[in-house]
Design a protein around this ligand. Structure first.
Ligand SMILES: Nc1ncnc2c1ncn2[C@@H]1O[C@H](COP(=O)(O)OP(=O)(O)OP(=O)(O)O)[C@@H](O)[C@H]1O
Length: 788
């Protein structure tokens, strides 16, 4: 009897589990095994896999119910809808209003570069549009810690009919069908948990931990019957183990695949200096077949030891060493040189599956090594691929990694190069916005690569404009979407669909993120085979954030924010000489203004946002990575994925665009198991956001002392901030909050608040805004606004 079967049998006959199983098994077989099983074993289903037909509407009943419940709950709390949904809406009607050259569309920033090259210059002050992520997604459903399996991939995206209705709605929020748009909104809204939900799931978690301790080794696989034509239900129980010039926005990323409403954009700016592009040309885990997956010496009993969960223990590392897994010796050498010995939990959970060729959707907390988790097995695919004899100058691209921001793409390429240290024949290239397409074309020709890391807009540009590139993409064997939920958002969706259409159907696809909202999971079928595995390393009942990161909130009137921010920073600096702080602001122009202010206050400040040239962004990013004693004021370009080591504090000023963005921003601290702090600074009318994150352990921060001297100091500093920066910040602020469903609903109130913000910057009268811009924002004739 294999040792691994025993614990499973034990578990199935455990007094706590026997009764529910016996009682519910018939219904499990017939329809929905997941919730029942996960209620019984919420923890033990770590990396467990439950297959069900994704075509079966029954399979989604629970999801729909919970979506509806969330919707009503959300309405009760008056929670905001997605900023981006509103942006989408605005985009739609702007496109109707504008002449064709300004036609609104859903695009990534990279397109603006494209536009410029083609002589379709656009303005640049679309700060509020560019910096806010495009789609508010619902809170991820409770982590069942299961993987879905079924059998079919719909290679270039299944037909609309093959989606459950909710995902169809996510796919097509267009103007033609207002009802469908409404439906889309209600289904894609964020989830609000009731306290009881959270508490009860925690309770379940506790009881399961007891089961775990009695049954540490539960590796097997349990077939539970069939739930649909194309599904095999199964549950796998596994042991756990400074005077830079600003450039015109040509970012692809920037953050984040904004919905660019180019029409409005031109009118929002008075800074259309349209400089050219940058010149830089930097040049669980399945224990089942341990021996196959970890052949080099892994001992079964070692492997079967329960692993500590990152959520419960704070350890992000597993007990499994890289040399226990079947990767090539040269890759192992590279890993060793990188200083990695043990796998992180997500690496341990996904590596065997990816090496087996499975499509994987993986969710793991921020800073836990997802990049290596997808890069290492991807490199192995290249290693195992036969050499391509034909055109050495244009070898096929075998691995395509898509990242939403330039910083992230560059970072992933750097990590790939680290791992490839002993594979000199394997090349990596990165294509991102902010550099000239022609330069990238030359570089790709000069240094052919098998691994390409790209931002979506720029990649699309190459597909359409670089000779031979589309042919090279036909060699893709592995497609990776890093920050997958973000890439599958509305802002990037079109580009991603175009990219998926450009790579072969027969490929392996890997989707990674720290957040995988339910809606995104449903539409992940655009990219994934139906028999993909969903690996969730976040325990049922545990938060999606790190326990070792202290989360706090301050709710205070707007006119106190700058003083509070300054006082908080002073206190933090005084308490930690090695301080390294990230301050997230709502938009690029607000970021610039806050950076100016803190600079005037003689703090050691850097700023990064989409209005900075790429060369500057890269330099500042590198500096911040290496430094201590530094504060980086940033827009959401730094929200996701960027791996700055040892960040001591993350401050979020103003409303984060959604729950996921809050989590990702916070995730810049507390990486690799380190400690950190997060502070969310809100105005009283932004307090509703706290409902969307009420399951996270966010406590009230003790208010820093703001004495009269500090207040005066801040006022004096504000007086020195350039007027044009304040004006731009005011306009961007207005645009950002106008697009928020809750805040932007009442235009009169919105303007009152914007003028409060204006006063908080030390302005007696709010800056005037061009009439046309106000018209596009739907703010014509709203009292309190000054018109230019
Ligand atoms: N096995 C390992 N052992 C030690 N460190 C590792 C290991 N794997 C990755 N790392 C390091 O962990 C850090 C975080 O990794 P990475 O940036 O991939 O996290 P992530 O999970 O993608 O985070 P995010 O969700 O924010 O994108 C990096 O500095 C990386 O070099």
């Amino acid at each position: 009897m294999p040792i691994k079967l025993l614990p499973r049998l034990h578990l199935l006959h455990h007094p706590l589990t026997r009764l529910p199983l016996m009682k519910f098994e018939p219904s499990i077989r017939q329809c929905r095994p997941i919730p029942i099983f996960t209620r019984v074993f919420p923890f033990k289903l770590k990396y467990a896999s439950v297959s069900f037909s994704s075509r079966s509407s029954q399979s989604f009943n629970g999801v729909r119910r919970s979506a509806a419940a969330r919707g009503s709950e959300r309405r009760r709390f008056g929670e905001s809808k997605s900023l981006a949904e509103d942006e989408s809406e605005l985009s739609d009607w702007v496109s109707d209003l504008k002449p064709s050259s300004f036609r609104g569309r859903i695009t990534s920033d990279e397109d603006s570069e494209d536009d410029r090259r083609r002589g379709r210059g656009r303005g640049r002050d679309r700060d509020w549009e560019r910096e806010s992520p495009p789609l508010k997604r619902g809170r991820d459903r409770p982590s069942y810690e299961l993987r879905e399996s079924s059998e079919r991939r719909s290679p270039r995206g299944p037909s609309m009919e093959s989606y459950p209705r909710s995902s169809r709605n996510v796919r097509r929020p267009n103007r033609e069908n207002e009802d469908e748009r409404e439906d889309f909104r209600s289904r894609s809204n964020g989830r609000v948990f009731r306290r009881e939900d959270v508490d009860s799931s925690r309770g379940r978690g506790r009881s399961t931990r007891e089961i775990n301790s009695k049954n540490p080794r539960i590796p097997g696989r349990e077939s539970l019957g069939r739930g649909g034509r194309d599904s095999t239900k199964q549950v796998r129980f596994v042991g756990k183990g400074e005077s830079e010039e600003e450039e015109e926005d040509d970012d692809d990323d920037d953050d984040e695949g904004q919905i660019i409403k180019s029409g409005v954009r031109d009118f929002l700016s008075d800074e259309d200096s349209a400089s050219d592009d940058d010149e830089d040309e930097d040049d669980s885990l399945l224990r089942k077949s341990t021996s196959a997956l970890f052949p080099s010496g892994a001992n079964v009993s070692d492997m079967d030891q329960p692993r500590k969960s990152p959520g419960s223990s704070g350890s992000y590392l597993s007990e499994t060493r890289f040399d226990q897994c079947s990767v090539s010796p040269l890759s192992l050498k590279g890993i060793k040189d990188a200083g990695y010995e043990k796998m992180t939990v997500v690496q341990e959970a996904t590596l065997p599956l990816i090496l087996k060729g499975k499509d994987v959707l993986a969710k793991a907390k921020t800073g836990t090594g997802k990049t290596v988790a997808f890069l290492l097995p991807s490199i192995e695919v290249v290693v195992k691929s036969p050499p391509t004899g034909s055109d050495q100058r244009r070898p096929p691209i075998l691995v395509l990694v898509i990242c939403p921001t330039r910083e992230l793409a560059t970072q992933a390429a750097t990590e790939a190069n680290t791992l490839l240290k002993y594979h000199p024949a394997i090349g990596v290239q990165v294509v991102i916005g902010g550099t000239r397409l022609a330069l990238e074309q030359k570089r790709m020709q000069a240094n052919p690569c098998q691994i390409l890391v790209a931002t979506p807009g720029r990649l699309k540009d190459h597909i359409e404009n670089t000779p031979g590139f589309a042919t090279r993409l036909m060699g893709v064997k592995v497609l990776v979407l890093d920050e997958a939920d973000h890439l599958l958002d509305m802002g990037f969706r079109k580009d991603i669909e175009r990219i998926i259409a450009a790579v072969p159907k027969q490929r392996q696809t890997l989707l990674f993120s720290a957040t995988v909202p339910e809606e995104v999971r449903q539409i992940s079928h655009i990219a994934l085979r139906r028999d993909h595995e969903f690996v969730n390393t976040i325990q049922e009942g545990s938060e999606e954030t790190h326990a070792q990161v202290r989360q706090m909130q301050i709710v205070a009137p707007l006119d106190k924010h700058f003083s509070l921010l300054y006082a908080t920073l002073k206190e933090h600096i005084a308490s930690d000489v090695d301080y390294k702080v990230l301050i997230f602001c709502t938009t690029a122009m607000v970021t610039r203004m806050v950076a100016d202010l803190l600079g005037e206050l003689k703090l050691n400040i850097r700023e990064i946002h989409s209005r900075k040239p790429q060369s500057y962004r890269t330099r500042v990013s590198d500096e911040f990575r290496k430094s201590k004693g530094l504060i980086l004021v940033t827009s959401d370009v730094s929200a996701r994925g960027v791996d700055y080591p040892d960040v001591t504090l993350v401050i979020q000023v103003g409303l984060p665009s959604d729950r996921e963005q809050y989590i990702h921003r916070l995730g810049r601290t507390g990486r690799k198991g380190k400690e950190g702090q997060g502070i969310l600074l809100l105005a009283p009318w932004e307090e509703f956001f706290l409902f969307t994150v009420k399951d996270l352990p966010i406590s009230k921060a003790p208010l820093p002392l703001v004495d009269p001297e500090t207040k005066k100091k801040v006022e004096r500093a504000l007086a020195h901030v350039e007027m044009k920066n304040k004006e731009a910040a005011y306009q961007a602020w207005l645009g950002y909050y106008n697009s928020n469903k809750t805040v932007g609903r009442d235009k009169f109130r919105l303007v009152e608040l914007a003028n409060e913000f204006s006063r908080s910057m030390g302005l007696d009268t709010p800056p005037a805004i061009p009439k046309l811009v106000l018209g596009k924002m739907g703010l014509k004739n709203v009292p309190g606004l000054r018109v230019k």
